[in-house]
Design a protein around this ligand. Structure first.
Ligand code: GSF
Length: 204
């Protein structure tokens, strides 16, 4: 299987970490979706990474779909509860984290695509920053003094939170989430020790 993506994308990282936790080998094929000549829309009509190309040539996309599929492929390290409220709770953690990442990516796009500054909507940026801040607060409160985000057992929720912390550190060092949420800082320190996170760093 081939995962189409980039080292900078937090959604790609989420999928890669999930495969590594499941001990499933995948090949990462790099694609720059922001390049005018990207072929990504041929694989995913939305033009986004990650997409997973399976052995039979079939393609699936969206990190949430890919991660859920990965979890069915091996009995090692179950990441998502099989049904009911437990599954919905873990998927809600993931939705919260993905929402923070969507907001973070939107800010970057707004700033990058208006390089002279005059077209940047600060209102829009502030709206996204609010989502990041309230999202981080919710994560910190949800984590509390627990070792892991849900049911005190490592699962997809922890991967998703780790990817948020990693991406914010990478792209937004000015957001001082470590100072504000020491429990999240300690959590990230711990999750970063896992080989799945060590093997999937964002570029420096
Ligand atoms: C989000 C993927 C995404 O935004 C998922 O897979 O979970 N809900 C999707 N990918 C970005 C790259 S990134 O992580 O910054 C992307 O491919 N954007 C290209 C575009 O045209 O929006």
């Amino acid at each position: 299987m081939k995962l189409i993506g980039s080292h900078a994308s937090p959604f790609v990282r989420k999928a890669r970490v999930a495969f590594l936790e499941k001990k499933i080998d995948i090949e990462l094929v790099l694609e720059d979706v922001w390049s005018p000549v990207t072929k990504m829309p041929e694989l995913n009509p939305l033009g986004k990474v990650p997409a997973l190309v399976m052995e039979d040539g079939g393609v699936m996309f969206d990190s949430r779909v890919i991660v859920e599929y990965a979890d069915t492929l091996s009995p090692v390290g179950h990441l998502i509860p099989s049904s009911g409220k437990d599954k919905a709770a873990v998927k809600t953690w993931e939705a919260l984290c993905d929402g923070i990442l969507d907001a973070a990516v939107l800010i970057r796009v707004e700033r990058t695509w208006a390089p002279r500054g005059e077209h940047v909507s600060q209102e829009w940026i502030n709206r996204q920053l609010d989502k990041i801040n309230t999202g981080l607060k919710a994560i910190s409160e949800g984590l509390g003094t627990n070792a892991w985000c849900y049911n005190n057992q490592f699962c997809l929720a922890d991967i998703a939170v780790g990817c948020v912390c990693g991406y914010l550190s990478f792209r937004y060092p000015e957001i001082k989430w470590r100072d504000e949420y020491p429990n999240l800082a300690a959590f990230y320190e711990k999750v970063s020790q896992r080989s799945s996170f060590k093997e999937t760093p964002h570029p420096v």
